[in-house]
Design a protein around this ligand. Structure first.
Ligand code: GLU
Length: 385
């Protein structure tokens, strides 16, 4: 099992900053915005009210589960009883618990690539076999033919992430509908990681796969969380909703693993869902401008291609045109960028997409334009080498 490429790069950048180096961190996928004040106040009130114990059940506060059930109904067309929801330490933990509960040694898990860094390693940890399915650049969405070719009698689970980290790719309703028919027919389990649902910059709609087909919903875990939408990465609250049997096993795994996620954070999360939502639109508007700025800045460079991602808050340029005598691959490119430009980015290899690099553009505008200048200067220096 490899360490998380995003977490490792973020730690390296933080370490260099502590040593006094001027490093611009474009490695971590976390909003630079502060958690909205009404959410913080709810956390503070929870401390003052003595809400400092375990939650019972460990799978989460009933009031938060009810608020999540209302959200899924209102925004996603998904109808779950609160008993079908488990609240975890971020979205990552519910995905992990779901894999622990489901995947047996030798089971194949279909992973459209580029993929979020943790999926394949979580599968490997359980003895499962990650089946990486490369998708076509620009759209980065799995086609029905690719799905059919990857399917074997050992296929058990498929994981989707739309909008995608790292590509920003988004599945349309028609694309998901076509895949839903095939998934239901094959009887596969599905995890849909929807953590970036509110970061879509054009006319595309966010579609929850489980809402499209009862045969998928019966075996689908819908995953979401508070880290990105409400700038709450450090609070560690994510959740999953799905069929009762799978959820009961996920709850069992969590009860043996972390008990519950932080009680105070769960109180803050209720305020996030039930309180004013304007901060989400403010972040989205800012990220859209930043996406345009960095994608345009990268596209000015010869031999770098960077289509504007549709969602999430990353750009994912193909930099393989720069490889030659000086730089051999994306891992070396990121090392060079850190050394020469003081910019931390994550190599595409961590996302099963060698030749690419992920830049997170969750930076204040002045830092972002500094970063774009630095990247342009460093890339220009190696062009022609
Ligand atoms: N999901 C974020 C990222 O991709 C946070 C780091 C992580 O947990 O992987 O950067």
């Amino acid at each position: 099992m490899a360490p998380s490429a995003t977490v490792a790069t973020t730690a390296l950048a933080a370490d260099l900053v502590r040593q006094g180096r001027d490093v611009i961190p474009m490695s971590a996928g976390e909003p630079d915005f502060d958690t909205p004040d009404h959410i913080k106040q709810a956390g503070i009130r929870a401390i003052q009210d003595g809400q400092t114990k375990y939650t019972a059940p460990a799978s989460g506060l009933i009031e938060l589960k009810e608020a999540i059930a209302r959200k899924l109904d209102r925004e996603n067309g998904l109808h779950y009883d609160p008993s079908q929801i488990v609240i975890t330490c971020g979205a990552k933990q519910v995905i992990f618990a779901a894999i622990v509960a489901l995947v047996d040694p030798g089971d194949e898990v279909l992973l459209p690539a580029p993929l979020y860094v943790s999926y394949a390693d979580q599968v490997k940890l359980m003895g499962g076999v990650p089946v990486i399915i490369p998708t076509e650049p620009d759209a980065f969405c799995l086609s029905p033919d690719q799905f059919r070719s990857a399917l074997t009698p050992r296929s058990k689970l498929i994981i989707f992430n739309s909008p995608s980290n790292p590509t920003g790719g988004i599945y349309s309703r028609a694309q998901f509908q076509a895949l839903a028919e095939l998934i239901a027919e094959a009887g596969l389990f599905t995890i849909t990681d929807e953590i970036y649902e509110h970061f879509i910059y054009g006319d595309e709609e966010h579609v929850s796969l489980a809402a499209l087909h009862p045969g998928v919903a019966d075996r689908c875990l819908t995953v979401n969380g508070f880290s990105k939408t409400f700038a709450m990465t450090g609070w560690r609250v994510g959740y999953g909703a799905g069929p009762e049997e799978w959820m009961s096993h996920i709850a069992k795994v969590q009860s043996q693993e972390t008990t519950n996620t932080c009680t105070l954070s769960q109180h803050a999360a209720i305020a996030a869902l039930e309180g004013p939502q304007d901060s989400v639109g403010t972040m989205r508007a800012a990220f859209k401008l930043r996406r345009n700025a960095i994608a345009d800045g990268l596209n000015e460079l010869d031999r770098v291609t960077c289509p504007r991602p549709k969602g999430a808050f990353y750009v994912f340029p193909n930099v393989s045109g720069l490889f030659g005598n000086t730089i051999a691959d994306d891992v070396e490119f990121c090392r060079y960028l850190l050394e020469a430009a003081g910019v931390a980015a994550v190599p595409g290899t961590g996302f099963s997409a060698p030749g690419y690099v992920r830049f997170s553009y969750t930076l204040p505008d002045d830092r972002l334009s500094d970063a774009i200048d630095r990247i342009q200067t460093a890339v220009t220096a190696i062009q022609g080498s």
